[in-house]
Design a protein around this ligand. Sequence first.
Ligand code: NAD
Length: 417
Amino acid sequence: MTGQEFFRDTQETIRAAVAKLGHSEGVYKVLRNPRRTLEVHIAVTMPDGSVETFLGYRSQHAAVFGPYKGGIRFHPSVTKEEVEALAMLMTLKNAVLGLPYGGAKGGVICDPNALPLSVVEQIARGYVRGLRDMIGPETDIPAPDVNTNARVMGWMLDEYLKSTNAINFSVFTGKSLNLGGIEGRAGATGLGIAYVTREACKVRGVELKGARVAIQGFGNVGRGVAHAITSLGAKVVAVTDITGGVYREEGLDVAKLTEYVQAHGGVAGFPGVEPLTNEQLFALPVDVLIPAALEGQITAPVAEQIKAPIVVEGANGPTTPEGAQVLADRGIMHVPDILANGGGVTVSYFEWVQGQQGGLRWSAETVHRQLDTYMTEAFAAVRAYSQRYNVSMREGAYLYAVDRLATGMIERGWVPS
Ligand code: NAD
Protein backbone atom coordinates (compact mmCIF):
# COMPACT_ATOMS: atom_id res chain seq x y z
CA MET A 1 0.00 0.00 0.00
CA THR A 2 1.38 3.42 -0.90
CA GLY A 3 1.45 6.32 1.57
CA GLN A 4 -1.27 8.03 -0.47
CA GLU A 5 -3.54 4.97 -0.32
CA PHE A 6 -2.91 4.66 3.42
CA PHE A 7 -3.80 8.35 3.86
CA ARG A 8 -6.99 8.04 1.80
CA ASP A 9 -8.04 4.83 3.63
CA THR A 10 -7.56 6.58 6.97
CA GLN A 11 -9.61 9.57 5.78
CA GLU A 12 -12.33 7.19 4.62
CA THR A 13 -12.38 5.40 7.99
CA ILE A 14 -12.90 8.75 9.72
CA ARG A 15 -15.53 9.88 7.20
CA ALA A 16 -17.52 6.66 7.64
CA ALA A 17 -17.37 6.96 11.45
CA VAL A 18 -18.53 10.61 11.40
CA ALA A 19 -21.45 9.66 9.13
CA LYS A 20 -22.49 6.63 11.20
CA LEU A 21 -22.40 8.67 14.40
CA GLY A 22 -24.57 11.35 12.78
CA HIS A 23 -22.09 14.16 13.38
CA SER A 24 -21.95 17.14 11.03
CA GLU A 25 -19.73 17.17 7.97
CA GLY A 26 -17.72 19.92 9.67
CA VAL A 27 -16.30 17.31 12.05
CA TYR A 28 -14.96 15.36 9.10
CA LYS A 29 -13.64 18.51 7.43
CA VAL A 30 -11.57 19.32 10.52
CA LEU A 31 -10.28 15.76 10.94
CA ARG A 32 -9.60 14.87 7.30
CA ASN A 33 -6.25 16.70 7.11
CA PRO A 34 -3.47 17.33 9.61
CA ARG A 35 -3.32 20.81 11.14
CA ARG A 36 0.17 21.22 9.75
CA THR A 37 3.09 19.20 8.43
CA LEU A 38 6.63 20.52 8.51
CA GLU A 39 9.17 19.38 5.93
CA VAL A 40 12.80 19.59 6.96
CA HIS A 41 15.94 19.04 4.89
CA ILE A 42 18.76 17.89 7.13
CA ALA A 43 22.35 18.47 5.97
CA VAL A 44 24.88 15.95 7.26
CA THR A 45 28.66 15.58 6.82
CA MET A 46 29.44 12.01 5.76
CA PRO A 47 32.56 10.16 6.98
CA ASP A 48 34.37 10.93 3.65
CA GLY A 49 33.78 14.68 4.13
CA SER A 50 31.01 14.98 1.52
CA VAL A 51 27.66 16.54 2.38
CA GLU A 52 24.41 14.60 2.14
CA THR A 53 20.88 15.78 2.84
CA PHE A 54 18.03 13.78 4.32
CA LEU A 55 14.35 14.69 4.18
CA GLY A 56 12.15 14.51 7.27
CA TYR A 57 8.60 15.41 8.29
CA ARG A 58 6.64 16.16 11.43
CA SER A 59 2.89 16.14 11.12
CA GLN A 60 0.50 17.41 13.79
CA HIS A 61 -3.04 16.25 13.23
CA ALA A 62 -5.66 17.44 15.75
CA ALA A 63 -5.08 18.66 19.30
CA VAL A 64 -8.60 18.39 20.69
CA PHE A 65 -7.61 17.10 24.14
CA GLY A 66 -4.08 18.41 24.66
CA PRO A 67 -0.62 18.67 23.11
CA TYR A 68 0.32 16.60 20.08
CA LYS A 69 2.04 13.28 20.68
CA GLY A 70 3.51 10.55 18.49
CA GLY A 71 6.73 8.79 17.56
CA ILE A 72 9.52 9.53 15.09
CA ARG A 73 10.62 6.79 12.68
CA PHE A 74 13.79 6.52 10.62
CA HIS A 75 13.03 4.39 7.56
CA PRO A 76 13.75 4.45 3.80
CA SER A 77 10.05 4.06 2.94
CA VAL A 78 8.85 7.12 4.91
CA THR A 79 6.62 9.46 2.88
CA LYS A 80 4.76 12.65 3.77
CA GLU A 81 1.38 10.97 3.30
CA GLU A 82 2.37 7.98 5.44
CA VAL A 83 3.49 10.29 8.26
CA GLU A 84 0.22 12.24 7.97
CA ALA A 85 -1.91 9.08 8.05
CA LEU A 86 0.03 7.83 11.08
CA ALA A 87 -0.54 11.20 12.80
CA MET A 88 -4.30 10.82 12.23
CA LEU A 89 -4.21 7.31 13.69
CA MET A 90 -2.35 8.67 16.73
CA THR A 91 -5.19 11.15 17.29
CA LEU A 92 -7.62 8.22 17.26
CA LYS A 93 -5.40 6.00 19.44
CA ASN A 94 -4.89 8.73 22.05
CA ALA A 95 -8.65 9.35 22.07
CA VAL A 96 -9.41 5.63 22.57
CA LEU A 97 -6.94 5.39 25.46
CA GLY A 98 -8.34 8.55 27.06
CA LEU A 99 -4.97 10.33 26.98
CA PRO A 100 -4.93 14.15 27.07
CA TYR A 101 -3.18 14.39 23.72
CA GLY A 102 -3.70 15.07 20.04
CA GLY A 103 -1.99 12.98 17.37
CA ALA A 104 1.35 13.58 15.68
CA LYS A 105 3.98 11.56 13.86
CA GLY A 106 7.46 12.18 12.50
CA GLY A 107 9.72 10.45 10.03
CA VAL A 108 13.04 10.81 8.28
CA ILE A 109 13.76 9.05 4.99
CA CYS A 110 16.95 7.13 5.80
CA ASP A 111 18.17 3.64 6.60
CA PRO A 112 19.88 3.99 9.98
CA ASN A 113 21.05 0.36 9.88
CA ALA A 114 23.18 1.14 6.82
CA LEU A 115 24.63 4.41 8.18
CA PRO A 116 27.45 5.05 10.67
CA LEU A 117 26.21 6.02 14.12
CA SER A 118 27.80 9.46 13.79
CA VAL A 119 25.60 10.13 10.73
CA VAL A 120 22.47 8.88 12.52
CA GLU A 121 23.29 11.25 15.39
CA GLN A 122 23.66 14.19 12.98
CA ILE A 123 20.30 13.30 11.39
CA ALA A 124 18.63 13.17 14.81
CA ARG A 125 20.12 16.52 15.86
CA GLY A 126 19.46 18.22 12.51
CA TYR A 127 15.86 17.01 12.52
CA VAL A 128 15.27 18.52 15.96
CA ARG A 129 16.89 21.85 14.98
CA GLY A 130 14.43 21.96 12.09
CA LEU A 131 11.43 21.32 14.34
CA ARG A 132 12.42 23.06 17.52
CA ASP A 133 9.75 25.79 17.27
CA MET A 134 7.06 23.22 16.72
CA ILE A 135 7.73 20.80 19.60
CA GLY A 136 7.84 21.29 23.37
CA PRO A 137 6.58 19.71 26.60
CA GLU A 138 3.23 21.47 26.22
CA THR A 139 2.94 21.60 22.42
CA ASP A 140 4.21 18.38 20.82
CA ILE A 141 5.97 15.50 22.58
CA PRO A 142 7.78 13.05 20.28
CA ALA A 143 8.84 9.49 21.19
CA PRO A 144 10.69 6.54 19.59
CA ASP A 145 9.14 4.57 16.74
CA VAL A 146 10.55 2.28 14.03
CA ASN A 147 14.39 2.31 14.15
CA THR A 148 14.62 4.95 16.87
CA ASN A 149 15.22 4.29 20.57
CA ALA A 150 16.28 5.79 23.90
CA ARG A 151 19.72 6.66 22.53
CA VAL A 152 18.20 8.66 19.66
CA MET A 153 15.85 10.36 22.15
CA GLY A 154 18.91 11.32 24.24
CA TRP A 155 20.52 13.10 21.25
CA MET A 156 17.24 14.76 20.28
CA LEU A 157 16.58 15.92 23.84
CA ASP A 158 20.09 17.35 24.14
CA GLU A 159 19.75 19.24 20.85
CA TYR A 160 16.36 20.63 21.83
CA LEU A 161 17.58 21.80 25.25
CA LYS A 162 20.69 23.42 23.77
CA SER A 163 18.97 25.15 20.89
CA THR A 164 16.06 26.52 22.94
CA ASN A 165 17.79 27.17 26.29
CA ALA A 166 15.09 25.00 27.86
CA ILE A 167 15.45 22.78 30.93
CA ASN A 168 12.26 20.69 30.80
CA PHE A 169 13.11 17.10 29.77
CA SER A 170 9.40 16.24 29.23
CA VAL A 171 9.60 17.30 25.58
CA PHE A 172 10.54 13.70 24.67
CA THR A 173 9.39 10.37 26.08
CA GLY A 174 11.02 6.98 25.64
CA LYS A 175 14.17 8.38 27.27
CA SER A 176 16.65 6.22 29.18
CA LEU A 177 15.82 5.77 32.87
CA ASN A 178 18.88 7.86 33.68
CA LEU A 179 17.52 10.82 31.68
CA GLY A 180 14.04 10.69 33.21
CA GLY A 181 12.56 7.68 31.44
CA ILE A 182 10.05 5.41 33.13
CA GLU A 183 10.17 1.90 34.55
CA GLY A 184 8.48 -0.65 32.33
CA ARG A 185 8.45 1.35 29.06
CA ALA A 186 10.21 -1.43 27.13
CA GLY A 187 7.54 -4.03 27.80
CA ALA A 188 4.58 -1.62 27.91
CA THR A 189 3.11 -2.35 24.48
CA GLY A 190 3.24 -6.11 25.08
CA LEU A 191 1.78 -5.79 28.55
CA GLY A 192 -1.07 -3.62 27.26
CA ILE A 193 -1.83 -6.24 24.60
CA ALA A 194 -1.89 -8.93 27.29
CA TYR A 195 -4.37 -6.90 29.39
CA VAL A 196 -6.80 -6.39 26.49
CA THR A 197 -6.41 -10.07 25.54
CA ARG A 198 -7.46 -10.96 29.09
CA GLU A 199 -10.56 -8.74 28.69
CA ALA A 200 -11.37 -10.25 25.28
CA CYS A 201 -11.10 -13.75 26.76
CA LYS A 202 -13.56 -12.80 29.51
CA VAL A 203 -16.09 -11.59 26.93
CA ARG A 204 -15.64 -14.69 24.77
CA GLY A 205 -15.77 -17.09 27.72
CA VAL A 206 -12.22 -18.31 27.10
CA GLU A 207 -10.29 -19.24 30.24
CA LEU A 208 -7.03 -17.24 30.08
CA LYS A 209 -5.27 -19.74 32.31
CA GLY A 210 -4.00 -22.34 29.87
CA ALA A 211 -5.33 -20.46 26.80
CA ARG A 212 -3.32 -21.30 23.67
CA VAL A 213 -1.75 -18.28 21.98
CA ALA A 214 0.00 -17.91 18.60
CA ILE A 215 2.14 -14.83 17.89
CA GLN A 216 3.54 -13.55 14.60
CA GLY A 217 6.73 -11.57 15.31
CA PHE A 218 9.19 -11.86 18.18
CA GLY A 219 10.58 -8.31 18.28
CA ASN A 220 9.83 -5.63 20.88
CA VAL A 221 6.11 -6.22 20.72
CA GLY A 222 5.95 -9.98 20.07
CA ARG A 223 8.49 -10.79 22.79
CA GLY A 224 6.84 -8.40 25.23
CA VAL A 225 3.40 -9.88 24.73
CA ALA A 226 4.76 -13.45 24.91
CA HIS A 227 6.28 -12.74 28.35
CA ALA A 228 3.27 -10.80 29.61
CA ILE A 229 0.62 -13.27 28.46
CA THR A 230 2.61 -16.17 29.92
CA SER A 231 2.75 -14.37 33.27
CA LEU A 232 -1.06 -14.09 33.12
CA GLY A 233 -1.28 -17.89 32.79
CA ALA A 234 -1.69 -18.38 29.03
CA LYS A 235 0.46 -20.74 26.95
CA VAL A 236 2.35 -19.47 23.90
CA VAL A 237 2.33 -22.47 21.57
CA ALA A 238 3.54 -20.87 18.32
CA VAL A 239 5.78 -18.02 17.20
CA THR A 240 7.04 -16.99 13.77
CA ASP A 241 9.57 -14.33 12.82
CA ILE A 242 11.59 -13.34 9.75
CA THR A 243 13.78 -16.47 10.14
CA GLY A 244 10.98 -19.05 10.43
CA GLY A 245 8.56 -20.41 13.00
CA VAL A 246 8.34 -22.70 16.03
CA TYR A 247 5.46 -24.74 17.45
CA ARG A 248 5.18 -26.75 20.65
CA GLU A 249 1.88 -28.26 21.69
CA GLU A 250 2.70 -28.10 25.44
CA GLY A 251 3.74 -24.43 25.19
CA LEU A 252 7.08 -22.77 24.38
CA ASP A 253 9.56 -21.76 27.05
CA VAL A 254 9.40 -18.00 26.32
CA ALA A 255 12.43 -17.13 28.49
CA LYS A 256 14.61 -19.73 26.74
CA LEU A 257 13.27 -18.70 23.32
CA THR A 258 14.19 -15.07 24.10
CA GLU A 259 17.74 -16.08 25.04
CA TYR A 260 17.97 -18.17 21.89
CA VAL A 261 16.78 -15.30 19.66
CA GLN A 262 19.27 -12.94 21.29
CA ALA A 263 22.09 -15.38 20.56
CA HIS A 264 21.00 -16.53 17.07
CA GLY A 265 19.06 -13.57 15.65
CA GLY A 266 15.78 -15.44 15.19
CA VAL A 267 13.57 -18.34 16.28
CA ALA A 268 14.64 -20.75 13.50
CA GLY A 269 16.56 -23.73 14.85
CA PHE A 270 15.24 -23.47 18.44
CA PRO A 271 15.52 -27.05 19.76
CA GLY A 272 12.66 -29.34 20.78
CA VAL A 273 9.95 -27.80 18.60
CA GLU A 274 8.24 -28.33 15.26
CA PRO A 275 8.94 -25.82 12.48
CA LEU A 276 6.05 -23.64 11.32
CA THR A 277 5.28 -21.18 8.49
CA ASN A 278 3.29 -17.95 8.79
CA GLU A 279 0.51 -19.59 6.80
CA GLN A 280 0.34 -22.47 9.29
CA LEU A 281 0.49 -20.07 12.24
CA PHE A 282 -2.57 -18.15 11.09
CA ALA A 283 -4.55 -21.39 10.60
CA LEU A 284 -3.73 -22.96 13.99
CA PRO A 285 -6.62 -24.03 16.25
CA VAL A 286 -5.57 -21.68 19.06
CA ASP A 287 -7.62 -19.47 21.40
CA VAL A 288 -5.85 -16.21 20.60
CA LEU A 289 -3.93 -15.07 17.52
CA ILE A 290 -1.68 -12.03 17.85
CA PRO A 291 -0.14 -10.56 14.67
CA ALA A 292 2.78 -8.52 16.05
CA ALA A 293 5.14 -8.17 13.10
CA LEU A 294 4.06 -6.39 9.94
CA GLU A 295 1.18 -4.60 8.30
CA GLY A 296 -1.18 -6.23 5.78
CA GLN A 297 -0.75 -9.84 6.99
CA ILE A 298 -4.41 -10.83 7.47
CA THR A 299 -5.85 -10.57 3.99
CA ALA A 300 -9.30 -11.96 3.13
CA PRO A 301 -7.97 -15.45 2.19
CA VAL A 302 -5.85 -15.59 5.37
CA ALA A 303 -8.85 -14.45 7.46
CA GLU A 304 -10.89 -17.34 6.01
CA GLN A 305 -8.34 -19.80 7.45
CA ILE A 306 -8.23 -18.37 10.97
CA LYS A 307 -9.60 -20.73 13.64
CA ALA A 308 -8.89 -18.59 16.71
CA PRO A 309 -12.05 -16.97 18.15
CA ILE A 310 -9.99 -13.92 19.18
CA VAL A 311 -7.51 -11.86 17.10
CA VAL A 312 -5.63 -9.10 18.91
CA GLU A 313 -3.61 -6.69 16.78
CA GLY A 314 -0.15 -6.14 18.22
CA ALA A 315 1.31 -4.63 15.04
CA ASN A 316 -0.02 -1.49 13.40
CA GLY A 317 -2.37 -2.27 10.50
CA PRO A 318 -1.80 -6.07 10.32
CA THR A 319 -5.27 -6.62 8.81
CA THR A 320 -6.41 -5.38 5.42
CA PRO A 321 -9.92 -3.84 5.20
CA GLU A 322 -11.06 -6.96 3.28
CA GLY A 323 -9.51 -9.23 5.92
CA ALA A 324 -11.30 -7.27 8.66
CA GLN A 325 -14.61 -7.72 6.85
CA VAL A 326 -14.10 -11.50 6.72
CA LEU A 327 -13.25 -11.62 10.43
CA ALA A 328 -16.38 -9.57 11.21
CA ASP A 329 -18.57 -11.78 9.00
CA ARG A 330 -17.20 -14.90 10.70
CA GLY A 331 -17.91 -13.48 14.16
CA ILE A 332 -14.27 -13.50 15.24
CA MET A 333 -13.52 -10.97 17.97
CA HIS A 334 -11.06 -8.57 16.37
CA VAL A 335 -9.37 -6.19 18.82
CA PRO A 336 -7.83 -3.42 16.66
CA ASP A 337 -4.39 -1.84 16.86
CA ILE A 338 -5.60 1.60 18.01
CA LEU A 339 -6.85 -0.07 21.18
CA ALA A 340 -4.63 -3.14 21.60
CA ASN A 341 -1.17 -1.66 21.09
CA GLY A 342 -1.85 1.61 22.92
CA GLY A 343 0.15 0.47 25.98
CA GLY A 344 3.33 2.09 24.64
CA VAL A 345 1.88 5.58 24.27
CA THR A 346 0.01 5.20 27.56
CA VAL A 347 3.23 4.54 29.47
CA SER A 348 4.83 7.40 27.48
CA TYR A 349 2.06 9.55 28.92
CA PHE A 350 2.98 8.36 32.43
CA GLU A 351 6.61 9.31 31.70
CA TRP A 352 5.48 12.79 30.63
CA VAL A 353 3.36 13.13 33.80
CA GLN A 354 6.38 12.13 35.92
CA GLY A 355 8.52 14.74 34.19
CA GLN A 356 5.89 17.47 34.50
CA GLN A 357 5.77 16.71 38.24
CA GLY A 358 9.42 17.66 38.63
CA GLY A 359 10.80 14.21 37.90
CA LEU A 360 8.77 12.24 40.47
CA ARG A 361 9.46 8.49 39.97
CA TRP A 362 6.76 5.87 39.68
CA SER A 363 7.55 2.25 40.63
CA ALA A 364 7.18 -0.49 38.02
CA GLU A 365 4.23 -1.78 40.05
CA THR A 366 2.46 1.59 39.86
CA VAL A 367 3.11 1.78 36.11
CA HIS A 368 1.65 -1.69 35.55
CA ARG A 369 -1.38 -1.05 37.73
CA GLN A 370 -2.17 2.25 36.02
CA LEU A 371 -1.62 0.71 32.58
CA ASP A 372 -4.05 -2.07 33.45
CA THR A 373 -6.67 0.52 34.43
CA TYR A 374 -6.28 2.52 31.18
CA MET A 375 -6.33 -0.56 28.93
CA THR A 376 -9.27 -2.19 30.73
CA GLU A 377 -11.35 1.01 30.67
CA ALA A 378 -10.57 1.60 26.98
CA PHE A 379 -11.56 -1.98 26.17
CA ALA A 380 -14.87 -1.58 28.01
CA ALA A 381 -15.63 1.74 26.26
CA VAL A 382 -14.90 0.27 22.81
CA ARG A 383 -17.01 -2.79 23.58
CA ALA A 384 -19.90 -0.55 24.64
CA TYR A 385 -19.74 1.24 21.24
CA SER A 386 -19.48 -2.03 19.35
CA GLN A 387 -22.60 -3.28 21.14
CA ARG A 388 -24.52 0.00 20.80
CA TYR A 389 -23.92 0.16 17.04
CA ASN A 390 -23.86 -3.62 16.54
CA VAL A 391 -20.45 -3.53 14.85
CA SER A 392 -17.09 -5.26 15.33
CA MET A 393 -14.68 -4.18 18.07
CA ARG A 394 -12.55 -2.70 15.29
CA GLU A 395 -15.31 -0.46 14.03
CA GLY A 396 -16.40 0.22 17.61
CA ALA A 397 -12.93 1.60 18.38
CA TYR A 398 -13.14 4.08 15.47
CA LEU A 399 -16.66 5.11 16.45
CA TYR A 400 -15.67 5.65 20.08
CA ALA A 401 -12.57 7.68 19.13
CA VAL A 402 -14.35 9.86 16.58
CA ASP A 403 -17.33 10.42 18.91
CA ARG A 404 -15.02 11.59 21.71
CA LEU A 405 -13.20 13.89 19.28
CA ALA A 406 -16.41 15.28 17.78
CA THR A 407 -17.86 15.93 21.23
CA GLY A 408 -14.65 17.68 22.30
CA MET A 409 -14.72 19.80 19.13
CA ILE A 410 -18.32 20.80 19.79
CA GLU A 411 -17.57 21.60 23.45
CA ARG A 412 -14.64 23.77 22.38
CA GLY A 413 -16.73 25.54 19.75
CA TRP A 414 -14.71 24.30 16.75
CA VAL A 415 -17.86 23.02 15.08
CA PRO A 416 -21.55 23.62 15.76
CA SER A 417 -23.40 20.87 17.64
P1 NAD B 1 10.62 -5.20 15.75
O1 NAD B 1 11.40 -4.77 14.58
O2 NAD B 1 11.24 -5.19 17.11
O3 NAD B 1 10.08 -6.71 15.52
C1 NAD B 1 9.44 -7.12 14.34
C2 NAD B 1 9.33 -8.65 14.37
O4 NAD B 1 8.62 -9.09 13.21
C3 NAD B 1 10.68 -9.38 14.35
O5 NAD B 1 10.62 -10.49 15.21
C4 NAD B 1 10.78 -9.84 12.91
O6 NAD B 1 11.60 -10.99 12.74
C5 NAD B 1 9.33 -10.15 12.63
N1 NAD B 1 9.06 -10.26 11.18
C6 NAD B 1 9.51 -9.48 10.18
N2 NAD B 1 9.11 -9.97 9.00
C7 NAD B 1 8.37 -11.07 9.26
C8 NAD B 1 7.69 -12.03 8.47
N3 NAD B 1 7.67 -11.93 7.15
N4 NAD B 1 7.04 -13.04 9.11
C9 NAD B 1 7.04 -13.16 10.43
N5 NAD B 1 7.68 -12.30 11.25
C10 NAD B 1 8.33 -11.27 10.66
O7 NAD B 1 9.28 -4.31 15.72
P2 NAD B 1 8.27 -4.05 16.93
O8 NAD B 1 8.67 -2.81 17.66
O9 NAD B 1 8.05 -5.32 17.69
O10 NAD B 1 6.95 -3.65 16.12
C11 NAD B 1 6.11 -4.62 15.51
C12 NAD B 1 4.80 -3.95 15.10
O11 NAD B 1 4.18 -3.37 16.24
C13 NAD B 1 4.93 -2.81 14.10
O12 NAD B 1 3.77 -2.79 13.30
C14 NAD B 1 4.95 -1.56 14.97
O13 NAD B 1 4.53 -0.41 14.26
C15 NAD B 1 3.95 -1.98 16.02
N6 NAD B 1 4.03 -1.24 17.30
C16 NAD B 1 5.17 -1.21 18.03
C17 NAD B 1 5.18 -0.56 19.26
C18 NAD B 1 6.39 -0.57 20.14
O14 NAD B 1 6.28 -0.10 21.30
N7 NAD B 1 7.52 -1.11 19.72
C19 NAD B 1 4.03 0.12 19.71
C20 NAD B 1 2.86 0.07 18.93
C21 NAD B 1 2.89 -0.62 17.73
